[in-house]
Design a protein around this ligand. Structure first.
Ligand code: SF4
Ligand code: SF4
Length: 292
C-alpha cells in the first residue's frame, strides 16, 4: 500500500501468538508518533475477534456502522438440486442433501461463488451483519478505528477488510493485526509497507517468530522485530534475527512497572514518557529501510 508522499506508511504490528505485547506496541507507537506527527496517525484495530486497543488508548467513539456480507438465499421453487452450489463452496456453508438445500450463514464468507454457478438463478444474495466498525479519536488527534466480529461468527476476514478500508493514504496507519499467521493476520498485513513482529525471547517465541517471518516473506512484506520482555529466556531470538538479517527494532525489558502500567490500561508511552523517543526511533528506522 505505497502512499504518495513522505512517510505516510501503513505499518502492521503482528505476533505469532496472543499475549506477546502486540497491542501494547501498536498503541504505544501510535501515541509516540502522534507527538511527532499530530493529526497524521491512524490506529486501526484489525484484531476483530478480540479487539482491545481501546483498553489502552481510551478512545472517544463518535460513530458506529455495521459490516455486512452478502449470503445466499435459496428459492426452492427454482432449485433443481444439482449440487453445484455446494461443490463451489470452499467453506461448507451450503449443503445439498437430496431435496433440501441448507445454508450455514455463520460459515459463509460472502464470496458469491454459489450464486455464480447456480444454473437456474435460484440463489439471491441478501445482506447479513457480521461485525461492527467503531470510529473515533484517542488522545485528541489519533484517529481510532476498531473492527469487531459479531459473537459466534466464524469469518473474521470481511470485518478485517472493512477496518482496513479505512486506511487514509494521507496518514500514517498502524494496524493491530490478529495473533498467529492464519487468514485474518494475512488479510491485515497484505499491502502493508512494513510489518513489525513482536515476540518474546523464549524458544516458543522464536518458533512463532519463524512462522511469522516466513509468512511476511511469502507475502513480500518487509518485516522487523521488537522483543518484548527482554531479559527473560535466552538469546535465540537475537541470534535468529542476526542470522536472517532481520532488523531488531527495539527491546522492551521485562520490568514490573511496565507490566503494572499495562494492567492499569496504559501504553508504554503513557506510563513513562521516556519511551516516546525509542518508539519514534523505531519509525525512523522503518522509514530509512523503506526509503533507502
Ligand atoms: S446450484 Fe442452484 S439449482 Fe443447484 S442445488 Fe444449488 S441452489 Fe439448487
Ligand atoms: S457465498 Fe461463498 S462462502 Fe457463502 S455459501 Fe456461497 S460459496 Fe459458500
Amino acid at each position: 500500500m505505497s502512499k504518495s508522499n513522505d512517510n505516510n506508511f501503513t505499518i502492521s504490528v503482528a505476533a505469532g501468538k496472543g499475549g506477546t505485547g502486540k497491542t501494547l506496541v501498536a498503541t504505544s507507537l501510535a501515541l509516540a508518533l502522534d507527538e511527532q506527527y499530530p493529526g497524521r496517525i491512524q490506529l486501526i484495530d484489525c484484531d476483530v475477534e478480540e479487539p482491545n486497543a481501546d483498553i489502552l488508548l481510551h478512545p472517544q467513539i463518535s460513530s458506529e456502522e455495521p459490516v455486512y456480507i452478502l449470503v445466499p438465499q435459496v428459492d426452492l421453487e427454482e432449485c433443481i438440486y444439482c449440487g453445484k452450489c455446494a461443490e463451489a463452496c470452499q467453506f461448507s456453508a451450503i449443503v445439498v442433501i437430496r431435496q433440501a438445500v441448507i445454508t450455514f450463514p455463520q460459515l459463509c464468507a460472502g464470496c458469491g461463488a454459489c450464486s455464480y454457478v447456480c444454473p437456474t438463478g435460484a440463489i439471491t444474495e441478501v445482506q447479513r451483519q457480521v461485525g461492527l466498525l467503531s470510529k473515533g479519536s484517542a488522545e485528541g488527534t489519533i484517529e481510532f478505528i476498531q473492527g469487531r466480529l459479531t459473537v459466534g461468527d466464524q469469518r473474521a476476514t470481511p470485518v478485517t477488510r472493512a477496518a482496513k478500508d479505512c486506511v487514509d493514504e494521507k496518514m500514517i496507519a498502524i494496524l493491530d493485526a490478529p495473533p498467529g499467521t492464519a487468514c485474518p493476520m494475512q488479510e491485515t498485513i497484505e499491502d502493508s509497507d512494513y510489518c513489525i513482529l513482536v515476540t518474546e525471547p523464549t524458544p516458543f517465541g522464536l518458533a512463532n517468530l519463524q512462522d511469522s517471518v516466513e509468512t511476511c516473506r511469502r507475502m513480500d512484506v518487509p518485516c522487523g522485530v521488537i522483543i518484548n520482555r527482554h531479559g527473560v529466556g535466552n538469546s535465540g531470538v537475537e541470534q535468529y534475527c542476526e542470522n536472517e538479517n532481520l532488523p531488531l527494532l527495539l527491546r522492551i525489558p521485562q520490568q514490573r512497572r511496565i507490566a503494572e502500567a499495562y494492567s492499569r490500561g496504559q501504553t508504554l508511552a503513557a506510563a513513562d514518557n521516556q519511551w516516546m523517543k525509542p518508539l519514534q526511533k523505531v519509525f525512523d528506522q522503518i522509514t530509512n529501510l523503506l526509503t533507502d
